[in-house]
Design a protein around this ligand. Structure first.
Ligand code: PLP
Length: 421
């Protein structure tokens, strides 16, 4: 039986419960949007203050040698630990969009795979835009966007058929931003390899909550953002992964000085760095990198396998609660019901999703506020960040949705939308 007592009991049993205090929380507010922007780690604020006051404020240019030039490599090494790669296969910096451009451009300029571009209708729009733009620049065949009958999950037979018929560069998001559907990474990588193709995985919705292991999953190329479940902060730098044997066969489209073999020789002929640093371009974003390190450290300490276990248990708890309390109000769960097939958010479909979302955010009188998010056309996403989300948070949030529906509170809310929903 799921009730308040059960939620409290599960929290007492939670092996990750001590991590909650490592983050800032607002009183009377439940945050279920860690799948969009993670919370601020206490340590991140301290680190930024230190860097601003001491390293920038006083030490100035000397801080490049003393602290900053080694920062990227230290973070890359931590990301490698987290993701099952080697430190020299990871590069941190830029946004996910820019990194995807660099990677697809590099593949199209190489002879590694045929120049066919494939993605699917579950992918995040920026990925599709970038790929389509590159198809035009390279005058190759238009991008194939494999379309499925619903947003819930990919039709793997359809996707594989496309790869077999048009082998090349396939870009997929490991966890779909809409439904949270989790692709079978290893079997698709194997299928792609057998069919002369490479999958470029966008891990933005997976990193920090899904136990990705590059080597075990036979991944060749991946990238992702760090501001969601890694709690790296708004606009935190993205990362790329390239399997060691491919690095020397790929060139970044941006020949910047940080991608040079010896940037501080200031010599004019461009010689690309031998290793993954060839994908660097310009001066690294130090303040953002300082901010992101605390979130990565906490994820490593918590252990991504334990985070994944808790995520599966919590999303299951949420599904059961939704079935119990929200079923009569016309909600449909637009997320796979099998926890092995989903990431760490649960998507509800309802024709009034936006106004319900807004009613949750606005709250009522002294009651709790709940912060989820909305994605068109009618999805209400409830993000579970196991490193700080409690079972009680989930219980109270579903109770609050139930209350909104019982009292038809959403009817008093305007359907006007701000830019970020
Ligand atoms: C799968 C995926 N890729 C890319 C992005 C955004 O990329 P960028 O970091 O360039 O804004 C998002 C943002 O939510 C995302 O979910």
């Amino acid at each position: 039986m799921i009730d308040l007592k059960q939620a409290n009991y599960l929290d007492t049993q939670d092996v990750l419960k001590t991590f909650r205090k490592e983050f800032y929380h607002n009183s009377n507010e439940i945050y279920l949007d860690g799948n969009s922007l993670g919370k601020l780690p206490v340590k991140a604020k301290d680190s930024i203050n230190n860097v601003v006051e001491n390293q920038w404020g006083q030490n100035l240019i000397r801080s490049w040698n003393d602290h900053w030039l080694s920062l990227s490599a230290r973070i890359e090494s931590k990301l490698a630990t987290l993701l099952g790669g080697s430190p020299d296969e990871l590069k941190v910096g830029e946004s996910t969009s820019v990194n995807l451009y660099k990677l697809i451009h590099a593949l199209l300029s190489s002879t590694i795979v045929p120049k066919n571009l494939i993605t699917d209708s579950l992918n995040f729009p920026t990925d599709v835009y970038i790929i389509e733009g590159l198809a035009k620049q390279f005058h190759c065949n238009p991008t194939t966007i494999v379309s499925y009958s619903s947003d819930l999950k990919a039709d793997l037979n359809l996707l594989k058929k496309e790869i077999k018929e048009n082998p090349g560069i396939v870009c997929l998001s490991l966890v779909s931003y809409k439904s949270s559907w989790l692709y079978p990474m290893r079997s698709l990588n194997e299928y792609a390899e057998e069919n002369n193709s490479i999958i470029v995985w966008d891990l933005s919705h997976a990193v920090g909550v899904v136990d990705v292991h590059f080597k075990e999953s036979k991944t060749k190329i991946a990238l992702g953002c760090t501001y969601k479940f890694l709690n790296g902060g708004p606009g935190a730098p993205s990362f790329i992964y390239i399997k060691k044997d491919l690095i020397s066969r790929l060139n970044s489209p941006i020949q910047g000085w940080f991608g040079h073999e010896r940037p501080f020789d200031f010599s004019l002929p461009f010689i690309p760095a031998k290793g993954i640093n060839r994908f660097d371009a310009g001066t690294p974003q130090i303040l953002s990198m300082v901010a992101m390190e605390a979130g990565i450290d906490l994820t490593i300490q918590a252990g991504v396998k334990r985070i994944r276990q808790k995520s599966q248990a919590q999303t299951q708890f949420l599904v059961e609660l939704i079935n119990l309390k929200l079923h009569p109000y016309g909600f449909e769960i637009e997320t796979p019901l099998n926890s092995n097939e989903r990431g760490s958010h649960i998507t509800l479909k309802h024709k009034e999703s936006w106004r319900i979302c807004k009613a949750l955010i606005v709250g009522k009188a002294a009651g709790i506020k709940v912060i989820p998010d909305f994605r068109p056309p009618d999805y209400l996403r409830l993000g579970v960040a196991p490193i700080y989300t409690s079972y009680l948070d989930l219980f109270l949030s579903v109770e609050r949705i139930e209350q909104i529906m019982q009292n038809r509170e959403y009817e008093d809310i305007s359907s006007e939308m701000p830019t970020v929903t």
